[in-house]
Design a protein around this ligand. Structure first.
Ligand code: SF4
Ligand code: SF4
Length: 493
């Protein structure tokens, strides 16, 4: 609670490079650690180097770094029953919103425009609609152009895996360090319920043959990536009654083949999206079903729980999307790259991150000292930096943490409609927020008014701004001690 505060407000995209540098220097940067961050105690240092700036591969990094997607590879070689390519790729996006499809030169212009204005940008991904490996020439042309202009940006692809094995060597040569494969089954009998056809070796296959080919290619591609030290994340779409229980087997198979992360995502299947699942009434899981499955998977391949199922043209920190600020019509035809804001931001982050990691370690030590067993579900309003720095009324999502004696775990997020509109609270929005926060014990935010606080309390959810701008873990451990510590006293919110 007493840690020095460098508000992430001051690191917004409108901040000038000079201001960022002033912030970096103002705290008296320790000379030997400036420009580097400590490795968290539970992470191997070589792995940490690869993931520390990647908002999807590191939950910790997602508090600081942003990704952008460019939709350059629209052709696809399979059909998933949860996808309608008139809309965005359901692997990596919310269906229903059409992306701006780009040629490689247009994508380069857009990446430069974003890199100049969004200091948090660290990753460029190609994540649908379509398949980055099947539409390979466009993927490669885009990455070659961007790597020439912005060599320090991380390049990332998402693929269904069918054409992956034939491109693994090129991916390694191009220094593509992070790959996502969507794997929904390891048993073709399950696969044929998800994939009506695949196009492979100039032929179209259907039924179990299609699923068998896809499965073999996915496993081969994963093994090849692991052999080359490329970090691989597995996305699995959880489809109740089709593959939900089967994902336990998927987790085991991908773990054995070296997957770094397993990201189980809920099926999105609105009938309006026109997908086969949407039109046939296949439902997606509710948040509690998703969490129950994720909990069962603990102990196998490490789980990603902070995925936001972003649009295929998303820009910004996870949980926010600034894509509409960077449509092609707003970007000058001639634009040079200016990395000054990104470099200055990195200096700031390297320093505050050391501070954050130390605060987290302290919080975990504190929890371990409590003798009473118990758990707390905590929802946090944050806009980045690992701090409780968003007002209750402005939050469009709450990050959910589970605290127990064994530590503090990020377990997901709950999307909500913001309560405050133009300075006034909306009762209808508050009802939705209360429903979305089912099962939560305490809400932490930078500011909360008496009215929403009272209504939350009536629903059995406490809310407090007493820890405003503190590190999330430090605040949660202090709450936990109040609830379960030996000198336990009532929480005063
Ligand atoms: S791989 Fe992506 S683009 Fe292709 S059908 Fe599946 S969800 Fe759609
Ligand atoms: S969809 Fe998930 S994995 Fe992909 S960029 Fe968004 S948060 Fe990262």
């Amino acid at each position: 609670m007493s840690a020095p505060i460098i508000s992430l407000k001051s690191l917004s995209s409108t901040t000038s490079a000079g201001q960022l540098l002033t912030i970096a220097k103002s705290g008296g940067c320790a000379s030997s650690s400036c420009g580097s961050s400590s490795t968290p105690t539970d992470t191997d240092s070589a792995i940490w180097e690869k993931i520390k700036d990647h908002p999807c591969f590191s939950e910790e990094a997602h508090h600081y770094f942003a990704r952008m997607h460019v939709a350059v590879a629209p052709a696809c070689n399979i059909q998933c029953n949860y996808c309608n390519r008139k809309y965005d790729c359901a692997n990596e996006s919310r269906p229903g919103v059409v992306s701006e499809k780009l040629a490689p030169d247009q994508a380069l212009r857009k990446v430069i425009a974003v890199a100049n204005e969004v200091p948090q940008l660290s990753v460029l991904g190609i994540a649908g609609p379509g398949d980055a490996c099947y539409d390979w020439n466009k993927t490669r042309a885009t990455f070659e152009r961007v790597a020439r202009e912005i060599p320090d940006i991380k390049l990332c692809i998402s693929t269904n895996g069918l054409a992956l094995p034939e491109h693994v060597d090129e991916l390694a040569e191009m220094n593509i360090s992070h790959v996502t494969i969507t794997i929904n089954m390891v048993d073709p009998a399950v696969g044929e319920k998800i994939y009506p056809w695949v196009f492979y070796g100039h032929r179209r296959y259907t039924g179990i043959d299609a699923a068998k080919i896809l499965h073999e290619q996915q496993m081969l591609g994963l093994e090849m990536l692991s052999e080359r030290g490329i970090l691989t994340k597995i996305n699995s779409v959880m489809i109740p009654g089709v593959n939900d229980q089967h994902l336990i087997e998927v987790n085991k198979w991908v773990n054995e083949r070296g997957a770094f992360l397993h990201n189980v995502m809920p099926l999105i299947s609105e009938p309006a999206h026109g997908t086969r699942f949407g039109l046939t009434g296949q439902r997606g899981p509710n948040p509690l079903e998703l969490k129950a499955l994720q909990d069962r998977l603990e102990g196998g391949a490490k789980l990603m729980r902070h995925c936001r199922q972003c649009r295929a043209d998303a820009v910004g920190l996870l949980g926010t999307d600034r894509g509409q600020e960077f449509t092609l019509d707003q970007i000058p035809l001639e634009l040079g790259y200016d990395g000054s804001k990104r470099y200055a931001y990195r200096e700031v982050v390297a320093r505050i991150r050391d501070d954050h990691i130390a605060a987290k370690d302290q919080a975990i030590t504190t929890l371990a000292s409590v003798s009473t067993r118990g758990s707390l579900q905590v929802a946090v309003a944050t806009k980045g930096g690992g701090r409780i720095n968003e007002h209750f009324g402005h939050a469009k999502e709450f990050q959910v943490y589970e605290a127990s004696q064994t530590g503090i775990k990020f377990v997901g997020h709950r999307k909500v409609e913001a309560y405050c509109h133009g300075g006034w609270g909306e009762d209808a929005a508050l009802s939705g927020i209360i429903a979305a926060l089912a099962g939560i014990d305490i809400v932490l935010c930078a500011k909360v008014g008496d009215c929403p606080k009272k209504q939350l309390m009536e629903a059995g959810i406490r809310a407090t701004d007493a820890f405003g701008y503190d590190y999330i873990e430090a605040a949660i451990s202090a709450l936990y001690i109040t609830e379960y510590g030996s000198d336990s006293s009532e929480l005063t919110a």
